[in-house]
Design a protein around this ligand. Sequence first.
Ligand code: ATP
Ligand code: MG
Length: 392
Amino acid sequence: MFTAFLIKYAEIGIKGRNRYLFEDALVQQIKYALKKCEGQFAIHKTQGRIYVDAQTEFDFDEVVAHLKQVFGISGICPVVYVEDEGFDKLKDTIIQYIADVYPDCNQTFKVAARRARKNYPKDSMTINMDMGEAILKAYPDMKVDVHNPDIMLNIEIREKIYIYSEIIPGPGGMPVGTGGKAMLLLSGGIDSPVAGYMIAKRGVKIDAVYFHAPPYTSERAKQKVVDLARLVSRYTGPIYLHVINFTDIQLYIYEKCPHEELTIIMRRYMMRIAEHIAKENECLGLITGESIGQVASQTMSALVATNEVCELPVYRPLIGFDKQEIVEISEKIGTYETSIQPFEDCCTIFVAKHPVTKPNLNVIRRHEHNLDERIDELVQTALDTDEIIIVQ
Ligand code: ATP
Ligand code: MG
């Protein structure tokens, strides 16, 4: 029965003179999301509103599910729109609408009419009263409640007449692309896809980098990361995923550095390489899934050590989250099932039995000098063999 959706947005409404940029970005993201749905849609902006009009048959649940993945949308209102064929016809339509959407016909309601087209013969107060009366007559069990109605029945008079009363919550946030771009360090775990989701929710476009260590990590582990990137891209739009072959660097660190410092030094090289690719691709920050104290490499001292090698800001949106809270988000956004597939993202030979939890920066720096002979060349080779997968 629904033929359109009114898209409500919250925060982008306060962007003053730049508001149109936010609205345009939102329209773009809605178009991207709906491309994956059956049917044809026209999206238009009018007077602080965005409408998605269906021009063909469509699957309601599918469209709602996709709109729920568009950051910047605070609410999705399914709309019935009809031609203006006089007030009596409109009454019939509304009576039918209530029967279809609220078959019990026993709720409280309020009619809220808006005239965007001022030449409509009744003003909004009169529409409210006349329509309220008609509803009460048709459904004696319904009652008017102007303060706290169960049903807020909105009637918008435009060229056509739009009727809606339901609001399905959207994901909130800002349209992707309005906040610049950042490079996500994406592993196969639970945390990093959630971290990417959270920063993208603030309007940031995402590129990603994955450090792969064949043959110690399998093709299947890499495929899992591609799958995760695909799940995240439902919200963010296409992701350029850089796959970096990290094997020789890891082996070299393993050969030259104390094993309890392996993870920290490895992570410092991941950050350096990620930053290099980030800068080449106009990214304004790095994103990781780190959370204080989760593992040895995420103590405050370890974070000092990994943070030190970067100039760009490192965004760690999960820094204060417990694992359980991260799991809940990952279930909500649909990455959890893939994240827990048992394809390790890091070979066990590279993980020390007793990794340092309080690395001393001076010691780490000194031990990194053990790598001086070949590390630049190895990093360069890793960068030169960057495999870019466009995930969408
Ligand atoms: P996750 O669940 O995201 O894998 P984790 O709890 O396993 O995180 P670590 O392995 O210490 O934590 O990694 C911390 C962060 O470093 C990850 O969240 C991710 O951003 C990044 N990272 C770790 N391994 C890789 C990798 N192989 N490729 C890209 N980024 C990685
Ligand atoms: Mg991990």
